[in-house]
Every structure is written in C-alpha cells, then in structure tokens.
Write a protein that binds this ligand. Sequence first.
Ligand code: NAD
Length: 279
Amino acid sequence: MTQMIDGKAISAKIKEELKAEVGQKKEEGKEICLAVVQVGNDAASCVYVNNKKKACAFVGIKSLAYELEETVSEEELLLLIEKLNQDEKVNGILVQLPLPEHISEERVINAISPSKDVDGFHPVNVGNLCIGRKGFLPCTPAGIIQLLKRSGVEIEGKECVVIGRSNIVGKPMQMLLLRENGTVTIAHSRTKNLKEVAKRADILVVAVGKPKFITADFVKEGAVVIDVGIHRNNENKLCGDVDFDSVKEKASAITPVPGGVGPMTIAMLMNNCVETIRN
Ligand code: NAD
C-alpha cells in the first residue's frame, strides 16, 4: 500500500506544538510580532497573505499588515523595511512576492535585516545554510524535510534527486537533504536523460512548475515522491508537477496536491517566527 504523506495533518500538528510553545513564552513575557507587507492586490497573493495572518492568529503571533498601493515606489518600500528593521517590537518581516515589475525583488530581499528574514531568502541566511550555520531556513524546503522525518522516511544515505533549481525551492532543498546526509543530485531544464536521473531516486522531489510533468516512467519502484508544484487545471481543480494517479501505483509514499507540501510552507513560516525568540 502506498503511504499518503499527509501535509495537512503534519502541519496542523506543528502549529499545535508552536501554539503551546508561544503560550509558554508569553508567560515569560515574550511576544512575537510579524510584519506582513503586501504590494498591490494580486488575487493569489491575497490568499497567501490571509492564510499567513490566520496561521499567526492561531499560533499566537501578532501580525501587522502593511498593504501598499501597486504604484508604491521602490524607495518608499525600502523606507518602510528600514523602519521595520529598526522597530524592536517587530521580530519578523515578510514581503509577499511577486512584487510589481518596477520594484527589484533582489534589492527588497537584501534590505530586510537577516535577523528578521523569516522567509530565509536573504543572502546571509542562504550562505549560512550552505556552510551549515544556524539561520532562517526557506519555508517550503524546510517543510519537506519535516514531512519526510515525521512520516518516518529516512534520508541518511539515500539517493535523493531534486528536479528544479530555483532559489526558493530547488537549491535550498538540495542543501537541506545534504545536511540530512542524503546523496543528492539536482536536475534541471538542461539535464540530459532526465528519466534515467530521476529513476535513481529513493527520494524524488519535484519542483519544475509544469502540471503533471512527472509520470510513472520517471519513478523507481518504491521511491518516495514529493510534489512541490501547484497548478489549477481547466476545471479549476488543483494539481501538482507529478501525475499523481500513475505515480502513486509505483511510489512507496507520495504527497498529494492539495494537502501535501502546500500547508507545510506556512507551518514552517510560523516556526521561523517562533525561532526569533528561542534561546
Ligand atoms: P521555477 O519556475 O522558479 O523553477 C522551475 C525549475 O524547474 C527551474 O529550475 C528549471 O530548471 C526546472 N525545469 C523547468 N523545466 C524543466 C524540464 N523540462 N526538465 C527539468 N527541469 C525543468 O519554480 P519554483 O519557484 O521552484 O516552483 C516550482 C513549483 O512549485 C511551481 O509549481 C510553484 O507554484 C510551486 N511552489 C509551491 C510552493 C508551496 O508552498 N507548495 C512553494 C513554492 C513553489
């Protein structure tokens, strides 16, 4: 029987644990405050931001919402970030991406203080991850490590193949699997013989951004398959980068879409917020 890796249940459990921890910290007089900055009102961004605010309320984290006009200048946004960097009451700063074209995401990410960068995108945190130092971990790949561990999947010594090399998923995923002592290969759009490479995987993480791209012929019998993709099909139903119906017949464990990786991203964001007051 193929194991369904239940991201909804695992993320709910993590949020319960964080809620208890935050409750205890409150008794010690410690509070957490996350500043959530949104530019414009892109529909998908509104959904993500709302879910983040709801998760904060559940865990006991105060969230401050900064809703800026689509036309706000980069300079004004950078000034706001600087103000939040200086504000001792603000523990974490999150700027919802994507930003409008006239604003440089790179400059905005670089402006956030690394000690408040709860998304884990600042080059200092990326560097810390690479050299094995403490720092904020990017939420989606950190959530995948939790999914594997909490589902009883051992990573040490396993052949891990990550498909996709983006800065927010593929590359940090590679580093985190390596940190867990996996033997890691990263594949991408220029990889030759992708099928053969993917078939080496005991643990296959797919983040290509193409609906149902990975079919059963990319998967070794008994592999664990993690699907990062999120797409809406013509019937408005969600699907992933993996052709779930065919791949589930071959995999020993698999994440569904929805209800797999998605809910973990927010749970790990909450964990990063709590991390700001640990120790
Ligand atoms: P991206 O578009 O930045 O990167 C896609 C990667 O896939 C690239 O590195 C590219 O080299 C690789 N790729 C493209 N075509 C390929 C091919 N034919 N063969 C092999 N590799 C190929 O995407 P991303 O930001 O990493 O996101 C990937 C998917 O994950 C998207 O569907 C996105 O919506 C989803 N996502 C989900 C969450 C979540 O919380 N669940 C978070 C981030 C992204």
